[in-house]
Design a protein around this ligand. Structure first.
Ligand code: ADP
Ligand code: MG
Length: 702
C-alpha cells in the first residue's frame, strides 16, 4: 500500500505543481533534471536567508569573505562599457552603503528590482580602494510580508531559469506548495525503526520538511544529520551488497603451493621478503585457496615492492595449472614489468611475453595463438589484453597495476576471460585513506604493504624559491657529473595546454644554459609528442643515454630508473600533494642518496606553502594521502572523480567520517540479518535501492 501511494504522488510530473506548467516544467527538466515532485523534494537549499544573521554594512571589513546585509535599494543604473552592459545598484542601511553589480542578465535583473524597496542580500565581498561591492548577489525582497518565515531557503538555480522568472523565491514557493499537498504518509520512512531509535535520527518526512523550511537552527541540524546519514547508509548498503555478490562468486581454487613458487622462493628470490610482503602473500594465498573469486586491492607506497608480490601470486596460479597476466596502464610500464619479471624468471626457464598495441603482425599472432593453446603461461601487457581477440586457455589470475588509470568496466571485462572469472589483484601506489577506501573500494578486500624494503636511503626533500635557482642548478649539475641522472618536471594544467607547452619549452631552453649540450644529453617528454617519439625519448633516459629528463607530468606513474637520483619539481606550488609524492617516488630507487627539490615562485599562497611543508616533513604516502584528503576533499582526489561512487548531496566523507562509520556498521548489521532485504521492515529500503540503481551506473560496476 505504502509503496504504491509513495509511487503515485512523488512520481507525479513536476508540471502538476501549482505555478509550473508545461514550459517551466520543460525548463526545470533541462536545466536541473527536476522532473518529478520527488526531484523537487531532493533539490535542497544550500543556505538560508536568516534574519538573525544580518550584519550592518558599516561593520563589514576586509577580513570577511561573505556577508548578508539588509537595506534599501537605490540608484539602479545600466552602464554600457563597449558592447557589454552591466547593472549597478546601491544598497544602504543606517550604517553604510555598498554596490551591487551584475554583468549578466542586466535586463531582467533590472526589471525584477524596485528602487526604494527593502532587500536582503548575500554574496562574496569584493574590496576596491576600501569600497565594498558584491557581484551577482543573491537578493530577495525583505518586507513585512516576505520576512515572516524565520528563514528563507536559498536554492541553486541557473541563469536561464532566472531569466524565465524561476528565481530562488520561486523555488521556495514551489516547495511550499509541494508540502501543502504532501501528508507525512506520502513520504514514508525508509530506515528501519530500530536504526532511527538507536542513532537518534529524525524521521524522513520531518527531515525533508525541515531542510527546506527549518523553523530553527536545531531542526535544520537534525534534518541535515538525518539526510547525510541516509546518504551514507545507502552508499554503504550498496557497497556491502556488491561485496556480498563478489564473495558469493565462485572462483578457481588454487589448492597447492607447487614447484614454481617454491623454486623461485628458495633459489631465485634475490632478497628477503619484508614482513608486509609475506603477510600480503598469505592473504592472497588464503583468498585464492577458498574456492571463491578473489577481488583484492593491494596498496603500497611507491617502491614498497608490489611487483614481487604480484609475480609470486602469478607463480601460484601456474602451480595450479592456470595462466596469469599483468596489465599496466601504459606501454612503457608494461615494458618495464615485462623486463623485470623476465629477469626474475630467466633462470627458471619460464617464458614471459609482452602484448601491447605495438606488438604486431606475426609476433602478435604467435602470442595470441600460444595464449589460446596454453603453451604460454605468463603475459604482460596493456589494455590490449582485454580485447576480444585475446583468448586464454585457462586464465586464473589477472593483476592490474595502477588501478586508477583503468575504469571499473575494464576490470569487469577481465572477468569474461574464462568460464569462471579469474582472481583479480589490483595494485595501486596511491595510498587511499581508510574512509575513502571504504567508500570507493568497499567492494574489494584491501591488503596493505606498509613497510619499505630495508636499506633504503630516505629521499632528502628541500624547498627552494626561484631566487635560489642558480644554486639548485649547480647542485644538479654536480650530481649529474657524478654519473647520476636527473628529472626536471613542469606542471601541466589541462585548461591551458598551450601555455604549459610554452613554459616547458622556455624551461628547456633554460636547462640548456646549465647543461651545455656539448657535454650533457637532455631528453624531453611531453603530451604533444606523438606516442612513438615520447617513447623514444623515454627509452633514452631509461637506458642511460640521456642525463637529464625534462618532462611534464606524463612521467608520473611507475617509471623505474634506479640511477636517477634527483627530482626537480618546477612551479611546485601548482602541484597537488599526491602528485608530488608520486613524482618523488621516481627517485630513491637505487643505492645513491636521492633528492627531491621543490622549486616555487618567490611568492606563494598559504595553501601551497602548507602542501610543500608536508612534503618536506614526511615521505610516508599514507600520511600524505590523509593530508591530501583533508585539504582538498574527496572529489578532487586522484582518480576518484571517475568512480562515480562519491556523489553525495549533503554528506562529505571527510567531515562526516563519524556518520560514515556508523552507517557502515549499521549497513553490515542489516545485511547480516537479512542479506536480501526481504524482511517487512526492509521493504522500503529495498525499494529505494532499486529506484536508485535504475537511475545510476551502480549496476554496471564489476
Ligand atoms: P612498487 O611497489 O613501487 O611497484 P617495486 O615492486 O618496483 O615497487 O619494487 C621497488 C624495488 O625494490 C625493486 O627494485 C624491487 O626489486 C625491490 N624490492 C622489492 N622487495 C624487496 C625486498 N623485500 N628487499 C629488497 N628489495 C626489494
Ligand atoms: Mg610498481
Amino acid at each position: 500500500m505504502l509503496i504504491s501511494n509513495f509511487a503515485n504522488i512523488l512520481e507525479s510530473p513536476i508540471e502538476f505543481i501549482k505555478g509550473v506548467g508545461p514550459q517551466r516544467g520543460e525548463l526545470l527538466r533541462q536545466e536541473l533534471e527536476i522532473s518529478t515532485f520527488e526531484d523537487l523534494l531532493y533539490h535542497y537549499p544550500y543556505r538560508y536567508f536568516d534574519r538573525t544573521q544580518i550584519v550592518k554594512i558599516g561593520s563589514i571589513n576586509e577580513q570577511m569573505e561573505y556577508a548578508q546585509v539588509a537595506g534599501t535599494l537605490i540608484n539602479i543604473v545600466e552602464e554600457k562599457t563597449g558592447r557589454k552592459t552591466r547593472l549597478v545598484a546601491t544598497l544602504y542601511d543606517d550604517t553604510g552603503r555598498l554596490d551591487l553589480l551584475w554583468f549578466q542578465g542586466a535586463g531582467w535583473v533590472r526589471n525584477s528590482l524596485k528602487e526604494g524597496e527593502k532587500y536582503i542580500v548575500f554574496g562574496k565581498l569584493n574590496f576596491f580602494k576600501g569600497y565594498c561591492s558584491i557581484v551577482h548577489p543573491e537578493i530577495e525582497l525583505w518586507n513585512a510580508e516576505t520576512a515572516i518565515a524565520g528563514r528563507q531557503p536559498v536554492y541553486s538555480t541557473t541563469e536561464k531559469l532566472k531569466a524565465r522568472g524561476i528565481t530562488n523565491r520561486s523555488f521556495a514557493k514551489l516547495t511550499q506548495s509541494l508540502f501543502e499537498r504532501l501528508n507525512p504518509g506520502d513520504v514514508p520512512e525508509i530506515l528501519p525503526a530500530e536504526i532511527l531509535r538507536h542513532y537518534e535520527l529524525c524521521n524522513r518526512y520531518n527531515a525533508l520538511k525541515w531542510i527546506h523550511f527549518p523553523d530553527g537552527n536545531e531542526h535544520e541540524q537534525l534534518a541535515r544529520h538525518r539526510l547525510k546519514w541516509e546518504e551514507l547508509f545507502i552508499s554503504q548498503l550498496k557497497i556491502a551488497r556488491l561485496r556480498l555478490q563478489h564473495t558469493a562468486q565462485k572462483g578457481w581454487k588454487f589448492e597447492r603451493v607447487g614447484d614454481y613458487f617454491n623454486e623461485f622462493f628458495r633459489r631465485h628470490l634475490p632478497f628477503e621478503l619484508t614482513g608486509a610482503q609475506k603477510r600480503v602473500l598469505r592473504e592472497i594465498r588464503t583468498d585464492t585457496g577458498s574456492g571463491k573469486q578473489m577481488n583484492r586491492l593491494l596498496q603500497g607506497d611507491v617502491g614498497s615492492g608490489k611487483t614481487i608480490v604480484a609475480l609470486m601470486s602469478m607463480l601460484l596460479a601456474l602451480d595450479n595449472g592456470f595462466q596469469a597476466c599483468i596489465m599496466a596502464p601504459t606501454e612503457i610500464l608494461a615494458q618495464q614489468h615485462y623486463f623485470s619479471i623476465s629477469a626474475f624468471l630467466e633462470d627458471m626457464g619460464l617464458e614471459v611475453r609482452l602484448l601491447t598495441g605495438n606488438v604486431k603482425g606475426k609476433i602478435r599472432k604467435q602470442v595470441l595463438a600460444r595464449l589460446a593453446d596454453g603453451s604460454l603461461r605468463i603475459v604482460v601487457g596493456t589494455h590490449a589484453l582485454i580485447e576480444e581477440s585475446v583468448q586464454f586457455q585457462n586464465l586464473g589470475l589477472a593483476v592490474i597495476d595502477e588501478q586508477h588509470r583503468f575504469g571499473v568496466d575494464q576490470r569487469a571485462r577481465l572477468w569474461k576471460k574464462n568460464e569462471m572469472p579469474p582472481h583479480v589483484l589490483v595494485m595501486t601506489a596511491t595510498p587511499i585513506p581508510r574512509t575513502l577506501a571504504m567508500t570507493m573500494y568497499g567492494d574489494l578486500e584491501v591488503s596493505t604493504i606498509d613497510e619499505l624494503p630495508p636499506g633504503r636511503k630516505e629521499i632528502k626533500t628541500v624547498f627552494r624559491r626561484d631566487a635560489g635557482r642558480a644554486k639548485v642548478m649547480e647542485f644538479m649539475r654536480g650530481e649529474v657529473d657524478k654519473g647520476r641522472q636527473a628529472y626536471i618536471v613542469y606542471p601541466l594544467i589541462e585548461e591551458s595546454e598551450k601555455m604549459d607547452y610554452e613554459s616547458l619549452i622556455a624551461g628547456y631552453e633554460q636547462v640548456k644554459i646549465w647543461f651545455n649540450e656539448n657535454k650533457y644529453r637532455i631528453a624531453m617528454v611531453h603530451g604533444r609528442q606523438d606516442p612513438a617519439e615520447r617513447e623514444r625519448n623515454m627509452q633514452r633516459f631509461v637506458k642511460g643515454e640521456a642525463d637529464v629528463m625534462v618532462a611534464t607530468t606524463v612521467i608520473e606513474v611507475g617509471v623505474n630508473v634506479p640511477n636517477a637520483s634527483v627530482m626537480l619539481i618546477e612551479s611546485a606550488e601548482r602541484f597537488g600533494l599526491s602528485q608530488m609524492h608520486q613524482l618523488r617516488g621516481r627517485v630513491g630507487r637505487g643505492a645513491d642518496q636521492s633528492y627531491c627539490i621543490l622549486l616555487t615562485g618567490n611568492k606563494i599562497s598559504d595553501e601551497s606553502y602548507k602542501r610543500i611543508q608536508i612534503m618536506v616533513s614526511t615521505t610516508d604516502g599514507f600520511k600524505i594521502a590523509e593530508h591530501d584528503l583533508n585539504m582538498r576533499g574527496p572529489g578532487d582526489m586522484h582518480g576518484t572523480k571517475q568512480s562515480g561512487l562519491l556523489k553525495f548531496k549533503l554528506a562529505d566523507i571527510v567531515l562526516d567520517s563519524a556518520i560514515l562509520e556508523q552507517a557502515r556498521i549499521a549497513a553490515m548489521q542489516v545485511l547480516s540479518a537479512d542479506s536480501r532485504l526481504e524482511l517487512p521492515q526492509h521493504q522500503l529500503l529495498r525499494h529505494e535501492l532499486t529506484q536508485q540503481s535504475k537511475q545510476s551506473h551502480w549496476g554496471k560496476i564489476s
